[in-house]
Design a protein around this ligand. Structure first.
Ligand code: GLV
Ligand code: MN
Length: 204
């Protein structure tokens, strides 16, 4: 079978003078590779949660850690202020395991609606030491329901899991999705889509 895609897209070029790309990155000459290439430092750095969501995600993927190219794995660290949320999002190319290192999270994912006709929510309260898994491509979230900061470490089955945050993608795309699509698609008044879009577009 073909390998899974490593990028969102790879538009083919037949004329090499236009530039060449591979599904991933070119490789450094092996004789120039040193142990340092396989070392990533700073995973213990506490993320700055002073933002509207009260959470900070750092993904260690093949862009931020080039040693991962072709290896099929990535990690991440999430810091949550009390009440902080990692909002509904999905990873197009990877399942994810989440381990709670500190604190208490309410976390879950929603199934596709094709098998049973309903989008079923699978959610749990997670304590320190618990691991939860989010299947590839499904919308998931975490909320810090404790009164202290929380920390999670996550593992992905792709060198570039990708990240699609639902609200940003739907209401903050560039250029914006047309009002007709959003009002009809969400079955709401234009005022509602305008209010949502204004969260991402200051000119409304
Ligand atoms: C958590 O779901 C993450 O993607 O970091
Ligand atoms: Mn995730």
């Amino acid at each position: 079978a073909d390998p899974g895609p490593l990028q969102d897209f790879c538009v083919g070029v037949t004329d090499p003078s236009l530039g060449v790309f591979v599904n991933g990155f070119f490789c450094k000459n092996p004789k120039d590779v040193t142990p340092n290439d396989f070392l990533y430092k700073g995973f213990n750095t506490v993320g700055d949660t002073n933002n509207p969501l009260g959470a900070k995600v750092v993904q260690v993927n093949s862009t931020t850690f080039p040693a991962l190219n072709t290896l099929g794995v990535a990690m991440g660290r999430v810091d949550y202020a009390p009440g902080g949320v990692n909002p509904p999002h999905l990873h197009p190319r990877a399942s994810e395991m989440l381990a709670v290192i500190e604190g208490t999270l309410y976390a879950g994912f929603v199934s596709s609606n094709l098998q049973s006709g309903v989008n079923r929510l699978y959610a749990k309260v997670l304590n320190k030491g618990d691991i939860f898994v989010f299947p590839q491509g499904l919308i998931h979230f975490q909320l810090n329901i404790g009164s202290t900061p929380a920390v999670a470490n996550v593992a992905f089955g792709s060198q570039t899991p990708g990240l699609i945050t639902v609200a940003n993608a739907v209401f903050g795309s560039m250029p914006p999705i047309s009002d007709d699509v959003l009002t009809k698609g969400f079955q709401v008044d234009e005022k509602v889509t305008e209010a949502l879009r204004s969260q991402f577009w200051s000119d409304g």
